[in-house]
Design a protein around this ligand. Sequence first.
Ligand SMILES: Nc1ncnc2c1ncn2[C@@H]1O[C@H](COP(=O)(O)OP(=O)(O)OP(=O)(O)O)[C@@H](O)[C@H]1O
Ligand SMILES: [Mg+2]
Length: 251
Amino acid sequence: MSASIQVEHFSFWYGRRQVLHDICMDIRPGEITALIGPSGCGKTTLLRNLNRLNDLVDDIRHEGDIRVDGGSIFDPGLEVISLRKRVGMVFQKYNPFPMSIYENVAFPLRVAGQKDKAALDEVVERSLRGAFLWDEVRDRLHEGAPGLSGGQQQRLCIARAIANRPQILLMDEPCASLDPVATLRIEELMHELRREFTLVIVTHNMEQARRVADRTAFFYLGRLVECRPTLELFLTPEDARTEAYVRGRIC
Ligand SMILES: Nc1ncnc2c1ncn2[C@@H]1O[C@H](COP(=O)(O)OP(=O)(O)OP(=O)(O)O)[C@@H](O)[C@H]1O
Ligand SMILES: [Mg+2]
């Protein structure tokens, strides 16, 4: 089941440098939300906060709150591991583990203590089907993942990210290392995944945002300028900075 995310007056600092300023945003369940904006405007920083991946960085600080289905992700009683199960992530540079295709997908379940082979088989097949990869790899599940093409490796990473059935899937420029054909494949996949998960994607490719996102949020210098239904944002931007960006005048 997909989940909503509320970002409430969220500000964020690396050391003394503030990189996000008072972000307020509602991310709706079952939708694809695209985060766009010039390099360095804070898209990755916001995305990495949604599953508290920034906790791994030293000397960080935030103000405000982020809620997933109503519950604060900063609640001291919340276990970060359980949050990351609910909020999966896929990175720009696909990063399969140096093990077989099967073990890559089974890995999160093994870590969670699942030993039953039939249960693992079932999840591996379901996840690979969910990532549109099953037909291409069903005969080579026990071969090494690094032997796959780039687009296949990225779909494998998506299969691994959905194996634990998260509610939310975060994708940081998931197609940036892929060719146009592999990119279209991932975009089709996003449309399918949206039935089951809330998707938040960062993209530099405005055509991609237009093709896949229900809503698009434009960030500039650490501030959210506007977040609106995608076509409205592209066709009738409210803010002059959004207009300049979507027309290619700021990059
Ligand atoms: N680990 C870090 N420590 C210190 N500063 C950081 C760190 N990561 C990012 N920053 C800074 O925070 C700001 C926002 O970076 P972020 O990576 O979120 O931008 P972005 O919008 O994702 O950019 P890009 O489109 O280039 O990926 C930048 O000024 C960046 O230099
Ligand atoms: Mg980034």
